[in-house]
Write a protein that binds this ligand. Sequence first.
Ligand code: KG4
Ligand code: ZN
Length: 335
Amino acid sequence: MLILGIESSCDDMAAAVVKDGRHILSNVVSSQDEIHYKYGGIVPELASRRHLETVIPVAEEALNQARVSINDIDAIGVTQGPGLVGSILVGLSFAKAVAYVKGMPFVGVNHIEAHPLSVFLTPTISPFTPNFPFIALVVSGGHTTLFKFKDFCDCEIVGQTRDDAAGEAFDKVAKLLGLGYPGGAVIDRLARSGNPSAIKFTRPYISKDTFDFSFSGIKTAVLNYLKDFGKGDYSTIINDLSAGFQEAVVDVLIDKALAACKANNIKDLSISGGVACNTRLREKLADKSRDNGIRLFLPEVKLCSDNGAMIAACAYHLLKKGGRGELDMNAMPSM
Ligand code: KG4
Ligand code: ZN
């Protein structure tokens, strides 16, 4: 079964062709970073306007790279939510139009529940896939959620952020440091030359009894540190500050994910979402998982951030379970 997956929930327009929910034939992403960079965050109106220009070329490129035509496609999977309503509507309207004209089924996908399915796509770093049930940590710009996946498209939330998402904390701290948007990858790069113990931040655990997260306090702690530092030149501290902040976020993500595995007596863990690109998180989580007898499933970096392949994979399983979208389907910004 060949599925065209369309993802437009935020500032990336992405399309992919995936065979049988597993084999990636193409995976095309058009980033808008250069548009939003100067505003220090995403401007929703600009994002949806740009999506209108890119949706058709990106979908055509995905078909071309997969060496198929739209007539070879069996169904379309499209992000229905959560995200920015204007952005979602562009991808959703495109999917509905193509499905209607070509007389093919389409299905709406929950973007956050699709992220963990990246580990079932080839190529992944590990040739193996997790056994159900497994714990999935999704760490992105808008979400920090721990799921227990009982089957494809059958999951429950074990823990989630009570305020900022982990990626949002990276982006806000990057903004405080004048590093532009999005800032996660820049902090990751600077932290590699810094000492994570030079400037220490309190780990925001909330309490040991919950798998929920809270990252707004650490952003304020960085702000207060900078206020105390005064108006001087940040360049002398920026690497250590990036490393200290990053280490605090990484430690909490790892401890909560491993604790969720232990509490549920589960040995398989996956991580996905843009923050799962973070070098320190990948290294430290791999080490700690090994130490704790947990099998870690880590998608390659390209499949951690937003992509159409994960949407196509999720759509495949939804369609197999009888899911079908209707033409009156609406975008669900807080799905
Ligand atoms: O999953 P994603 O591509 O889009 C959302 O659904 O939000 O995640 C984007 C987020 C941004 O906050 C970005 O700063 C963060 O992922 N990010 C990183 C890294 N690369 C991207 N955060 C930390 N380290 C990275 N290397
Ligand atoms: Zn995402």
